[in-house]
Design a protein around this ligand. Sequence first.
Ligand code: RM4
Ligand code: MN
Ligand code: MN
Length: 424
Amino acid sequence: MQINKETVQNINNDAFPSHQRRFNYLADEINNVETIIQKLIAFNIAIPSWALGTGGTRFGRFSGGGEPRSLEEKIEDVGLIHALNRSSNSISLHIPWDIPDNAPSIKALASQLGLHFDAVNSNTFQDQPNQALSYKFGSLHHVDKAVRQQAVEHNIEVIKYGEELGSTALSVWLADGSNFPGQLNFRNAFQTTLESLQQVYAALPDDWKIWIEYKPYEPNFYSTTIGDWGQSYLLANKLGAKASTLVDLGHHLPNTNIEQIVSLLLMEGKLAGFHFNDSKYGDDDLTVGCINPYQLYLIFNELVEGLDARNLNHATGIGWMIDASHNVKDPVEDLLQSVEAIKIAYAQALLVDQDKLKQAQLNNDVARAQEILQHAYRTDVRPLLAEARLRAGGALQPLEVFRSLKVRENLIQERGLKTVTTGL
Ligand code: RM4
Ligand code: MN
Ligand code: MN
């Protein structure tokens, strides 16, 4: 199924009068409304190929119906999301869950839907059928050189797939770690990881980047070899200019000040980008902004300030991706909500009066600084997002249009009720 512009426009017409009222009211209150809208139009977030189906937990998986059965159908789903929100113009692939067997035709399908390929992700956290050696005790850090070599070769293969599709970044997340004290020598594990990554790094094409993700625990519960941003940053520094640290919002221990991490990585030119999601306890992979939208906003405040300080383009300066998993919601609806939440936080951060905030900081005027931040956060910026979508040819109310066009019902008809997609 595809959604065409005319259909969206017709539905927009009904919602337009009330949108216009709310937009005009807000536009009156803001000085640089046009600049903000242009920035919102330019701002896109990549959709992960592994989030288009229903995710499972270790207790079970409840398929949703009409799930994409192939890479082509996953791309179609991203096309649907993008047609509605005009803010999701790329897809991030996970290999081998989504091997592009015929790259030219996959690329053509994507570009016909206005999409391109974001970072490619390698997977050395699972064994694949017919795989010679097991990753049970790790991959790039494995004590056996042959296993490390197999994992290095996999990463190089992922780069090759990415090159064929026009990607320019490899993101690496390792499950490598230990479950019990004494299982590993930490220094050796770090050192072998570095050596393996150096081989992958050497295979990067000139214009490519390698993004190194960290995570404190799961699936290993005593140590993770790239467990926090310090370890990732250390590796990225040793590797060189093409390497940087990827922040997945779910990969921190509770109450970590993520915005501070982000601010410093950005200052050092080592912030690769984001895997957005939200969480209550751990790597819950919940819809962005559903638990702690204020934290997301504080992160965006650091991003806007930090990107401006380095003169980087907000839309392209770093990588913007979602990494989520849905147990009970329609994946497409969930992703629409996530993109909306990200752009709300971004728009609010754009409203912050940075000059006044700096002044308050210099004066140690703590109450004023808090007022400035919270004033922007408490502004309902949704009419700005809707206006940006409208101008870009998207829907004023993406989720409502998804429902009124009965998109899921159509997908179920096309694909069947009991379809299963690749992923976790
Ligand atoms: C991990 C990590 C990776 C993602 C896998 C599926 O926890 O977030 O980015 O590729 O899950
Ligand atoms: Mn991630
Ligand atoms: Mn994760």
